[in-house]
Design a protein around this ligand. Structure first.
Ligand code: FES
Ligand code: FES
Length: 160
């Protein structure tokens, strides 16, 4: 079986993996990173989104072997020193979740969005998160939470 070496949430792992093993299953079943859920079997929902070398990726559409030599950040590694990330705080503050199933993926996709665009408009947030589905919230509070976190990260007030 192929052997991979991958950095996940700041720790390095070396494992033998089946060539067909999906990254999301490697994360959950081998590493116990169950903060990254599986929400569909069609690569549509975005619940499984992680950062792969800093860019958002649906971990159900990547093979574990494709992560060899690369760095993965899951929602569990977003705030390595124990403090919550501004996005984690803002999702809580703005009531941007109900069942929470989409939330890890929303937060990771938002982290990538804010890396590219630190001051997104409402439309830009909606466009940036179009690969992430939420069945509960109607998205309005998610958009508000992302813009609120963006403002916090820029050190300014969010315009309403
Ligand atoms: S579980 Fe990956 S997109 Fe739905
Ligand atoms: S909060 Fe339930 S799917 Fe988004």
């Amino acid at each position: 079986m192929p052997r991979i070496r991958v950095e996940v949430d700041g720790a390095t792992y070396e494992d033998e993996v089946e060539p067909r093993l999906l990254l999301v299953h490697y994360l959950r079943e081998r590493l116990g990173k169950v903060g990254t859920p599986v929400g569909c079997d069609t690569t549509n929902c975005g619940a499984c989104t992680v950062l792969l070398d800093g860019l958002s990726a649906k971990s159900c559409s990547v093979l574990a072997v494709q992560a060899d030599g690369r760095s993965v950040t899951t929602v569990e590694g977003l705030a390595p020193d124990g403090d919550e990330h501004p996005l984690q705080r803002s999702f809580h503050r703005e009531h941007a979740l109900q069942c929470g199933y989409c939330t890890p993926g929303m937060i990771m996709a938002s982290a990538d969005l804010l890396r590219e665009n630190p001051d997104p408009s409402e439309d830009e947030v909606r466009e940036g998160l179009e690969g992430n589905l939420c069945r509960c919230t109607g998205y309005q509070n998610i958009v508000r939470a992302v813009r609120s976190a963006a403002a916090e990260m820029r050190g300014s007030e969010v315009a309403s």
